[in-house]
Design a protein around this ligand. Structure first.
Ligand SMILES: Nc1nc2c(ncn2[C@@H]2O[C@H](COP(=O)(O)OP(=O)(O)OP(=O)(O)O)[C@@H](O)[C@H]2O)c(=O)[nH]1
Ligand SMILES: [Mg+2]
Length: 209
């Protein structure tokens, strides 16, 4: 059971949009999941919501549309198309990278970005571009090092510290956690971060007036 303020298992699929003109109205708060093809974006969304909402696949490039899920009338989760997969035909690549770029640049309701990277090869050029762009726009970032079940605990923690150190240089609002949708590692870290972005930081009842 997730110890979060928001009930993520109430998420409902709204739409698969080929471009940003087909998305729901740009109001309320959206948190988007981005990362290289096959990084585990759709799996993370499914683990968070405890549902099979997003299609996952062994074939990279599965998610080519902007998939939108609603938590309530003004809170949405977005599964973005993956980037950086070499074997996709150029024409398709241009089309969906365009929708990704447009989404990132134009979507006013985007208030937080989850950047998923395979723990075995994090911080590739495109990941850094994306994170630097988010910092520049003052959008908070949660970097999730996915498939953390592939590493033993010591190695996992070492990798998290290394990525944290590298990203600290950017001086942005960036958190870094290990994650595994398979083993549930980091699931609460994800849920608590989203809680903060959707609802504002948690204030203990005894601290409030
Ligand atoms: N070992 C392990 N494998 C995982 C984990 N999460 C995802 N995978 C596997 O990684 C592959 C890709 O997962 P997806 O969730 O479809 O990745 P994606 O980022 O949505 O990929 P695209 O939609 O193609 O961009 C699948 O074969 C998953 O089973 C994890 O936590 N551990
Ligand atoms: Mg996907």
């Amino acid at each position: 059971m997730l110890k979060s303020r928001i009930k993520y298992n109430s998420a409902k699929f709204i739409t698969s949009a080929p471009d940003i003109t087909r998305l729901p109205e740009d109001s309320g708060i959206e948190v988007a999941f981005a990362g290289r093809s096959n990084a585990g974006k759709s799996s993370a969304l499914n683990a968070l919501t405890d549902q099979k909402l997003a299609r996952t696949s062994k074939t990279p490039g599965r998610t080519q549309l902007i998939n939108t899920f609603a938590l309530d009338d003004d809170k949405r989760l977005i599964d973005l198309p993956g980037y950086g997969y070499a074997k996709v035909p150029l024409e398709m690549k241009i089309k969906w990278q365009k929708s990704l770029g447009e989404y990132l640049q134009k979507r006013d309701s985007l208030k937080g970005l989850v950047v998923l990277m395979d723990i075995r090869h994090p911080l590739k050029d495109l990941d850094m571009d994306l994170i630097e762009w988010a910092v520049g726009c003052e959008i908070p970032v949660l970097a999730l090092l996915t498939k953390a079940d592939k590493y033993a605990q010591g190695k996992r923690k070492g990798e998290v510290l290394q990525v944290r150190k590298k990203l600290a240089e950017l001086n942005g609002d960036i958190r870094v956690h290990a994650f595994s949708s398979l083993k549930g590692i980091g699931l609460n870290d994800l849920a608590w971060t989203l809680d903060d972005w959707f609802l504002g930081p948690y204030v203990k009842p005894e601290d409030s007036e």
